[in-house]
Design a protein around this ligand. Structure first.
Ligand SMILES: Cc1cc2nc3c(=O)[nH]c(=O)nc-3n(C[C@H](O)[C@H](O)[C@H](O)COP(=O)(O)O)c2cc1C
Length: 177
């Protein structure tokens, strides 16, 4: 059975965090969840040492998270859309995954949840999706699904009666990967 790592990338306990939390609740089997806003993850220093050594010079939680990335078969990332892109919290997370660049992630499956003010399929969401796809391509990850949710206030997605059904569909797709 696949091992699944869920990443909640919002600075707040809002829409994308709700979806990631519900997916986590509904998944059976081996699973782990990391909420980036709750963790102390330093900024990428840009030293580029990790491109040669496959190890960051900073000894923080990212060392453990990188091992989790290597050990899990599927990563599910939930993120809000900020300025047609991911928030800084997620971008720094991507940057801090650089020790894995061109190494271990080949074929690792990635499922993406994006929450945004604009409607699903809109240019703003597609731009954010593309930014994540660019990261996945450069890290040799295999994007298996991208799901858009619309919401502005912290609990818009949670209050939408259609949300739970959409989450069930996503869980079914993840289990089938
Ligand atoms: C700094 C900032 C920038 C944002 N930029 C966009 C944007 O470019 N497009 C969009 O559709 N929504 C944008 N939003 C709205 C959020 O994507 C939206 O509220 C989303 O549901 C937040 O997800 P969360 O509750 O998981 O944090 C922005 C919100 C903030 C705070």
């Amino acid at each position: 059975m696949a091992k699944i790592l869920l990443i909640s990338g919002s600075p707040r306990k809002g829409n994308s965090d709700h979806i990631i939390s519900r997916i986590f609740d509904k998944l059976a089997g081996e699973k782990d969840i990391i909420r980036l806003r709750e963790e102390k993850i330093s900024q990428c220093l840009g030293c580029s040492v990790c491109f040669d050594t496959q190890e960051c010079v900073q000894k923080d939680l990212m060392r453990e998270i990188i091992v989790k990335f290597q050990e899990n078969d599927i990563v599910v990332l939930g993120t809000p859309n900020y300025y047609d892109n991911v928030p800084g919290l997620v971008k720094n997370f991507f940057d801090r995954l650089s020790p894995l660049y061109d190494t271990d992630l080949k074929g690792k499956k990635l499922v993406v949840i994006i929450s945004a003010y604009h409607e699903p399929g809109s240019e703003s969401l597609m731009n954010c999706e593309q930014a994540i796809r660019n990261f996945a391509r450069l890290q040799n990850m295999d994007v298996k699904g991208v799901f858009h949710f619309q919401g502005q206030e912290v609990d818009d997605v949670q209050k939408d009666p259609k949300t739970e059904g959409k989450i069930d569909e996503i869980v079914t797709k993840i289990v089938a990967l």
